[in-house]
Design a protein around this ligand. Structure first.
Ligand code: CA
Length: 419
């Protein structure tokens, strides 16, 4: 889990902590690419020597931020440059999955079955966590299921080495420097020893993959044994920490993340998207109703989400959607968590068909889409390869101008039309 929004739409890999690692792509340093190119040309031992120099320099900052010298020296004594971590960090933008493939894996029969077993096995502690934090047990379990397959894949990468390597590398240096300081603070607090602080290559730790800054802000000692232990086989503290995080961002118990809906013939697609909010009863007056043909219950104001455009399923989404987004802003992730939670409590599969014939746009294609839209007078406010709100707005403006269905969906068809 991370403190700022993840931007890896559709590039998620289950069980690797990627869910919380992609946040700071906007803080790329100019020298980053140079570092990366250089990495191929020099030996790892050369990089390691430079890492050690960097760590010696960083020590001053860590001490200025309250890390004790003995803690810094002991925690980082065995840390080496890890080329594998840099390779994985460099490659992650290349892995692109359409949302339906992501959901096939995120909400597979096995993950549902394992989740029901986990709910059963930990029923008592999950009930107490639900009562204490007011967060539905199924959503806590669903995050656990996506982040570590219910604790099966918590990651065995030494976190200090990973964070030091990523901070030194500098492509997202400011972010990982902050995480490294936070990790040292955790060590200094005595919650975990350096050797026990393991997780994903990108710095996410424990059953529900907390980044160090999120740990400092939200981790809970639910057992009351004096240690916030999100690493051990017992998931209690990790699950409580997850509930604490969701509660902090306003989880409303009993409110769905979203409800699948049907749209009427001739629906005005300009009403889709996060900008338009209305009560479900208002949506029903426009013909947007549940799959049973009845108005969706008035859980609160809702937006209409079309995660794969007009040819895919449609959902009315509620405030809890935004709360799950605090874990990861990718629609695929939020729907994965929400839908898995629904299935864990016996809900139905998503009924609408996905446009399975489509493939996801690769990173370079997403950039090209943004360049072409901007050049045509539909500015995307940057060319970062991320399909965010600005790009979606630009797509819809283009679609309207071109007489297409303005669903804001970044498809290969759309890119082909722009070429
Ligand atoms: Ca504890």
């Amino acid at each position: 889990m991370r403190a700022i929004g993840t931007t890896l739409a559709f590039t998620l890999t289950l069980g690797t902590g990627l869910a919380h690692a992609g946040a700071p792509t906007q803080s790329l340093r100019p020298e980053a690419r140079t570092t990366q190119l250089r990495a191929a040309a020099v030996t790892t031992s050369g990089e390691d020597a430079r890492l050690q120099t960097w760590l010696a320099e960083f020590r001053g900052r860590a001490l200025a931020e309250g890390i004790r010298p003995d803690v810094y020296d002991a925690a980082l004594a065995g840390v080496r440059y890890d080329a594998d971590i840099i390779r994985r960090d460099s490659n992650q933008a290349e892995f692109v999955k359409p949302i339906w493939e992501y959901l096939d894996s995120a909400v597979s029969d096995a993950r549902i079955a394992n989740g029901r077993m986990a709910l059963d096995r930990h029923a008592d502690v999950l009930a107490r966590i639900e009562a204490h934090y007011g967060v539905d047990r199924e959503v806590v379990a669903a995050i656990w299921g996506l982040e570590s397959a219910y604790g099966a894949y918590r990651g065995s990468t030494p976190i200090l080495q990973a964070l030091a390597t990523l901070a030194y590398d500098g492509r997202r240096g400011a972010f990982f420097e902050e995480q490294l300081i936070a990790a040292l603070r955790i060590i200094q607090s005595g919650d975990v020893r350096p050797s026990g602080m393991t997780g994903s290559w990108a710095g996410a730790m424990g059953h529900t993959q907390f980044m160090p800054t999120s740990y400092l802000a939200y981790a809970a000692d639910f057992h009351g044994d004096g240690r916030r232990d999100i690493w051990s086989d017992d998931p209690t503290d990790a699950l409580a920490s997850t509930a604490a995080y969701l509660a902090r961002f306003g989880w409303v118990q009993g409110m769905p993340w979203g409800v699948e809906v049907r749209l009427p013939n001739g629906f005005d697609y300009a009403l889709a998207g996060r900008d338009t909010k209305a009560m479900p009863s208002d949506w029903a007056r426009r013909g947007v109703v549940g799959l049973d043909g009845r108005p969706v219950r008035d859980f609160g104001s809702a937006s209409l989400l079309l995660p794969a455009g007009a040819r895919g399923p449609a959902f009315l989404i509620f405030k809890n959607f935004e709360v799950i987004e605090r874990y990861n802003t990718a629609d695929a992730y939020v729907i994965g968590v929400g839908h898995l939670a629904d299935r864990l409590r016996g809900g139905d599969p998503i009924q609408g068909d996905w446009p399975r014939g489509d493939r996801a746009l690769a990173y370079a294609e997403r950039q090209e889409l943004q360049q072409r839209l901007t050049a045509l007078g539909f500015p995307t406010q940057g060319v970062d390869g991320r399909i965010g709100p600005n790009t979606i707005a630009a797509i819809r403006s283009f679609q309207r101008a071109a007489g297409l269905v303005p669903d804001g969906y970044a498809s290969l068809d759309l890119l082909t039309r722009l070429r």
